[in-house]
Design a protein around this ligand. Structure first.
Ligand SMILES: *Cc1c(COP(=O)(O)O)cnc(C)c1O
Length: 456
C-alpha cells in the first residue's frame, strides 16, 4: 500500500477481519479495499464520500440501480407481512407459488416447474442433482457425466466449480471426476488461420460428436452452457453455434441446460439469452437479475419433459429429497415478482433495447485505440480484449497486469469496470441513459489511453 490506512479506518478494519474472495491480492495491497456505504442510481459511494459509476451493475445483477423505490417498498411490505418461511413438507408461502407461476409463464416452455435456491451456484448444483436423481431412480445410474465448455462460469459450489472450466479450480483439486470440458467457442481467439465462422462452428460440433462417442451418450446426464459466456469475458458464440450443437445433443438424448444467470431477464436485449440465440433448452438456470440483486435468489426452471421426469422419479421414491432452508423465501419471491414487473412492465427491458446500439457503438469505437484486439458484446454486455499486438493478437505479458492497471485507472476516474484475464468487462444497470453511457466510455477511454501510453 502506498500509504498505510489509519488503524481505525474502515480499510484497516477490513484488512484485519475480512477474508477476500475473488480479489486480486497484489492490486489490493497497492490500492486497499473500497468500503461502500450506499448507492444512488447507477453510482455507489464510499466511506470517504467518493462516488463511482458501477459499469458492472454490482456483479451483473443490480439492473434496476442501487435505490429503486419500488423494489425496496416491495421488500418492506413483504417483511411486514411474512418475513421468512421455507418450502419443505408441502408448506410454502403464497409468494413462492406466484413467482413459480410467473417464471413458467415467462419461460420459453409451454409448461414447467420451478425450484428456488439462494444463488446461481446452488441452482446449478440443484440441476445436476435433479439429473442424477432422475437417471438413478429410473434405472440409468451410469448416466451422470456433465459437459460444459472451457472458460464457462457456473459458480463455486462443488459441482458448479467442477462445471466451471477455469484454470484456478485446479487449486481446489477440481473438477471432480465425471465433469468433462469442451472448447470455448471464441472465434476471434480460437478460430484457425483461414477458417471462416461456419467452418469453426462445424469443428466445434465435430468435437462434441467426438466427446459423446468417446464418453458414451449413455454416461452423459447433461450439457450446460451460458448463451453468452459472462465471467469468461463476454464470449458471444459464433453464428449458428447453438443451431449446430442442439440437434446433436437431442439426437443423443442429452438435455441442454441454458445457464441464464447472467443472460436471463434482459441482459442480451431479449428476456432470455436462448431467445437471442434462437435455441430451445430443456431447462433454464436463473439468478442475478431475477431479484435485481435485492435478495439472494436463484431458480431452476424445468421445461415440460424434465419436469415430468422429475415428478415421476419423485413419486417412485415418495420424495425429491432436496431443498435449502431459504428455498422459496417469501421476501425473495416478493422481490423477484417486483423485479420482473420492473423489467418487463416498467420499461427496463425496453431501455436495454433502446441503449444497446449506442453502448455497442461506443464499445466498437475503442478498437481505434492501439492495443484493443477485439470489442465484443450484445445488448448491455461488452468486453474489450487488450493485446500487445493487434495484428498477431499476441497477448500482453501477464506480469504487466494490463487489465488490472486499466481497471485501477478507471477507479481513479470514478468508474468501476472489471478486469477479466486480458479483457475489460462492462455490463451497466439496465437504467443507464445516453449521458451515462457517454460518461462510462469517456472515463474508460481516458483510462485506456493513459495505461497504453505508459506501456508504450
Ligand atoms: C454468477 C454466475 C453463477 C453463480 O451464481 P452465484 O449466485 O454467484 O452462485 C452461475 N452461472 C453464471 C452464468 C453466473 O454468471
Amino acid at each position: 500500500m502506498n500509504q498505510p490506512f489509519p488503524p481505525n479506518s474502515w480499510e484497516a478494519r477490513a484488512e484485519r477481519s475480512v477474508l477476500y474472495g475473488f480479489t486480486d491480492l497484489p492490486a489490493l495491497k497497492e490500492h486497499g479495499p473500497i468500503v461502500l456505504t450506499h448507492g444512488t442510481g447507477i453510482e455507489v459511494h464510499d466511506v470517504h464520500g467518493r462516488s463511482y459509476i458501477d459499469a458492472n451493475a454490482g456483479l451483473w445483477n443490480m439492473v434496476a440501480g442501487f435505490d429503486h423505490a419500488g423494489l425496496t417498498a416491495a421488500a418492506k411490505a413483504q417483511y411486514d407481512r411474512f418475513p421468512g418461511y421455507h418450502a419443505f413438507f408441502g408448506r410454502l408461502s403464497d409468494q413462492t407459488v406466484a413467482l413459480s407461476e410467473r417464471l413458467v409463464e415467462l419461460s420459453p416452455f409451454d409448461s414447467g416447474r420451478v425450484f428456488f435456491t439462494s444463488s446461481g451456484s446452488e441452482a446449478n448444483d440443484t440441476m445436476v442433482k435433479m439429473l442424477w436423481f432422475i437417471n438413478t431412480v429410473s434405472g440409468r445410474p451410469e448416466k451422470r457425466k456433465i459437459l460444459t465448455r472451457e472458460n464457462g462460469y457456473h459458480g463455486v459450489t462443488v459441482a458448479a466449480a467442477s462445471m466451471t472450466a477455469k484454470p484456478y479450480n485446479r487449486h481446489f483439486g477440481l473438477p471432480l471426476p465425471g465433469f468433462v470440458h469442451l472448447s470455448c467457442p471464441h472465434y476471434w481467439r480460437n478460430g484457425e488461420e483461414g477458417e471462416d465462422e461456419a467452418a469453426y462452428v462445424a469443428r466445434l460440433a465435430g468435437e462434441l460428436e467426438e466427446v459423446i462417442a468417446r464418453e458414451g451418450a449413455e454416461t452423459i446426464a447433461g450439457f450446460f452452457a451460458e448463451p453468452v459466456m459472462g465471467a469468461g469475458g463476454v464470449i458471444v458464440p459464433p453464428a449458428g453455434y447453438f443451431q449446430a450443437i442442439a440437434p446433436i445433443l437431442r439426437r443423443h438424448g442429452i438435455p441442454l441446460i441454458s445457464d441464464e444467470v447472467i443472460c436471463g431477464f434482459g441482459r442480451t436485449g431479449r428476456l432470455w439469452g436462448c431467445e437471442s440465440f434462437d435455441f430451445e433448452p430443456d431447462a433454464i438456470i436463473a439468478s442475478k437479475a431475477l431479484s435485481a440483486g435485492y435478495f439472494p435468489l436463484g431458480a431452476v426452471i424445468l421445461g415440460e419433459a424434465l419436469a415430468a421426469d422429475l415428478v415421476e422419479a419423485s413419486e417412485k421414491t415418495d420424495e425429491f429429497v432436496h431443498g435449502f432452508t431459504a428455498s422459496g423465501h417469501p421476501v425473495g419471491c416478493a422481490i423477484g415478482l417486483k423485479a420482473i414487473d420492473v423489467i418487463v412492465n416498467e420499461g427496463l427491458l425496453d431501455n436495454v433495447r433502446a441503449m444497446a446500439p449506442l453502448f455497442q457503438e461506443r464499445l466498437q469505437a475503442l478498437t481505434a485505440l492501439p492495443h484493443i484486439g477485439e470489442a465484443r458484446g450484445i445488448g448491455l454486455m461488452g468486453a474489450l480484449e487488450a493485446v500487445a499486438d493487434v495484428g498477431t493478437k499476441a497477448p500482453f505479458d501477464e506480469d504487466l497486469r494490463v487489465s488490472e492497471r486499466i481497471a485501477a485507472r478507471c477507479l481513479d476516474n470514478g468508474l468501476i469496470c472489471r478486469p477479466l484475464g486480458s479483457a475489460i468487462v462492462l455490463c451497466p444497470p439496465f437504467i443507464v441513459t445516453e449521458s451515462d453511457i457517454g460518461a462510462i466510455f469517456d472515463r474508460l477511454e481516458e483510462s485506456l489511453r493513459a495505461v497504453f501510453a505508459g506501456i508504450g
